[in-house]
Design a protein around this ligand. Structure first.
Ligand code: BV8
Ligand code: ZN
Length: 262
């Protein structure tokens, strides 16, 4: 049901363990285009056309052109107040030994990590670092050998000849993201579902709840007897499962929801 922030705050404060699942909506107010919104990323391309291994095999230049454009555009974005509120809250819980918070994101924009490092300063950012279910725009891996690395450099997708190549074996590099039809990393999945199973609250922020297995995480918390809070301006398939729904933007709602009592 649509709820007030104080009610949701109460539920969170009493939870020993919390899973936070975020989607593109948490980065919308940083200027990162969402997947299915008005300025959605899929406006120019449909997922099947481009975020799949088949598309990459068929036309690696087109796929790298799209990822290069996204890397350049997202690389200019900064965490918003919602990212910062989540990072500060997770660090506070991690340090005070309060309820454990596991942040799991579907996003590949690196903004949760940036917020965690900013919040931690010279301290340990670990409690606020996200489990990245779908990888990152700023990491690459080789299509042939085990080479993988961080990479924030511009992509020259003018021709196949100028596409990024592996320094170790010379094969084509690819974005280290999970495409449709590709399995998620088993260790990452295990960590995410273990957090969902032990969570008393799963807070779902800024996702349309359409992509699996990510969208099954709140169901796992419900099955284990926990509750769901949804933060989203619009209804989603998760709304019906939520004990509390906060209708609005996460950059406004998360700071209100997570501000420490003091
Ligand atoms: C797999 C990385 C199996 C790449 C992405 C039929 C039924 C169920 C499942 C399937 C099916 N057919 C196929 C499948 C499987 C498929 C799937 O789920 N398809 C869907 C589309 C039906 N899943 C897969 O293929 C996964 N792999 O299943 O493998 C397997 C097993 C073994 C061996 C081999 C194979 C892989 C899925 C990962 C795909 N990769 N991204 C890249 O980014 O380029 S998915 C991509 O879209 C994102 O990462 C994200 O996860 C996903 C969903 O997007 P959202 O984050 O939810 O964003 P969206 O725009 O949709 O919504 C934004 C929301 O924010 C909205 O609700 C909006 O209201 C809200 N919002 C807007 N502004 C704000 C806001 N909220 C708060 N504040 C605001 N200001
Ligand atoms: Zn290689």
């Amino acid at each position: 049901m649509t709820a007030s922030v104080p009610e949701a705050r109460e539920l969170l404060a009493g939870a020993r363990s919390v899973l936070v699942l975020t989607g593109a909506g948490v980065s919308a107010e940083s200027g990162v285009p969402t997947f299915r919104g008005r300025d959605g990323l899929w406006r120019t391309h449909r997922p099947e056309e481009i975020a799949t291994p088949e598309a990459f095999a068929r036309d690696p230049r087109l796929v790298w052109e799209w990822y290069g454009w996204r890397r350049e555009r997202v690389g200019r974005c900064r965490p918003n107040a919602g990212h910062h509120a989540l990072a500060g809250w997770a660090l506070e819980r991690g340090v005070t030994g309060g309820p454990g918070v596991t942040l799991v994101t579907q996003n590949v924009d690196g903004l949760h990590e940036a917020a965690a490092r900013e919040a931690a300063g010279v301290g340990d950012p670990a409690p606020a670092l996200p489990v990245e279910l779908h990888g990152s725009l700023f990491r690459i891996r080789c299509t042939r050998c085990a080479h993988r690395a961080s990479d924030r450099s511009p992509v020259d997708a003018a021709s196949e000849a100028s596409l990024p190549r592996c320094p170790a074996c010379g094969a084509l590099l690819r974005p280290n993201v999970v495409w449709f039809g590709e399995a998620l990393d088993p260790g990452v999945l295990e960590r995410a579902f273990a957090a969902a199973d032990r969570a008393e609250v799963c807070m779902v922020v800024g996702t349309s709840g359409l992509v699996h297995p990510a969208a099954s995480l709140p169901l796992a918390t419900l099955r284990a007897g926990g509750s769901v809070i949804e933060v989203n301006p619009d209804p989603t398939p998760i709304t019906g499962l939520a004990r509390y729904t906060l209708r609005g933007g996460s950059a406004t709602l998360l700071p209100e929801l997570l501000a420490s009592r003091s």
